[in-house]
Design a protein around this ligand. Structure first.
Ligand SMILES: *Cc1c(COP(=O)(O)O)cnc(C)c1O
Length: 303
């Protein structure tokens, strides 16, 4: 398949580590958020092989799942539009309360939305439920929520191809479904360690998730910083918002409060606590999602 979009030379933002350490530690953020004005981050990478599969198997429709602020739904809407495939988004919740800027943008890109009550949405992996949904819309290729599937991990491994030439000692990502993490582990080639920062509370099944995507890796290559969820998924605190404003003012780095801000908080905190050796070169993935900040109260952020 010809690529859906040409990945430009990735941009990097250097983060000043002097406030955190006297060691020589290089911290860079690779700006996947700048890939595209609407569809930023890791999501298009994760979709790459699903779109290829749909085109090869002659599926005219792709159906997938997400919440009202789902970056994955938005990226799917966009990728399908580019590929000439009809996109169907199954949204968790009720259309009267769950509308959002994200969903409006999905519809503008041509995605059909169907809202499903939270109870029923829990069946999103049940084969009978999926079969019925697919039949309702007419033979769809189904992408699991967040692209959590070996094809999603394979797509995410393409990110690593762009990073290896910079010879990082550590590559770091926020973790939602762990699909991107699995891709990084699959794509690594040298002695670099992959750092995972889960943004959900009590996410204790990361290794199991990675293995279930058919990725094998050496356990010491995966490092978990799992105490930076700030209360759970899409939860935030004043300390986190203050940190986001600081990162922006000090380093010109805008972050989203659901993923990248928590990951950056974790990394800078670990630098402060002497986790990293002198000479480390850390690359953090800015996985995008800035549009989600519009769900915060007006005035929370300086950017
Ligand atoms: C989806 C998403 C992630 C998490 O990616 P997974 O592959 O699900 O772990 C991280 N950051 C942003 C901005 C996202 O939208």
């Amino acid at each position: 398949m010809k690529p859906l979009f040409k990945v430009p030379e990735l941009e990097f933002t250097d983060i000043n580590t002097r406030p955190y350490t006297t060691k020589n530690i290089r911290l860079q953020v690779t700006r996947l958020d700048k890939l595209h004005p609407i569809i930023s981050g890791n999501k298009l990478f994760k979709l790459h092989y699903f779109i290829e599969e749909a085109l090869q198997t002659n599926h005219k429709r792709i159906l997938t799942f997400g919440g009202a602020w789902s970056n994955h739904l938005l990226a799917t809407a966009y990728a399908c539009k580019l590929a000439g495939i009809v996109a169907i988004g199954i949204v968790r919740g009720d259309d009267k309360v769950e509308s959002s800027n994200t969903l409006k943008e999905c519809e503008r890109l041509g995605m059909k939305l169907k809202f499903i009550p939270r109870e029923a949405y829990r069946n999103k992996e049940d084969p009978h439920f999926l079969h019925a949904l697919s039949a309702e819309f007419g033979d769809c290729l189904i992408i699991p929520e967040g692209g959590f599937h070996p094809l999603g991990a394979k797509g995410a491994s393409l990110i690593m191809d762009h990073l290896l030439k910079h010879k990082p000692t550590h590559v770091c990502t926020a973790v939602g479904t762990a699909t991107t993490l699995a891709g990084l582990l699959a794509g690594k080639q040298n002695s670099e360690k992959i750092i995972a920062v889960p943004v959900l509370k009590n996410m204790t099944d990361i290794e199991k998730r990675v293995s279930s995507l058919n990725i094998t890796y050496t356990p010491v290559d995966l490092i978990l910083f799992d105490e930076y969820h700030f209360g759970g998924y899409a939860k935030q605190t004043t300390a986190l918002l203050d940190f986001m404003n600081y990162l922006y003012l000090e380093n010109k780095l805008p972050t989203d409060f659901v993923y990248t801000a928590k990951m950056m908080y974790a990394i800078t905190d670990k630098i402060k606590n002497d986790f990293f050796d002198d000479g480390s070169s850390i690359i953090c993935l800015h996985t995008g999602g800035l549009q989600g900040n519009s769900s915060l109260p007006v005035g929370s952020l300086v950017f």
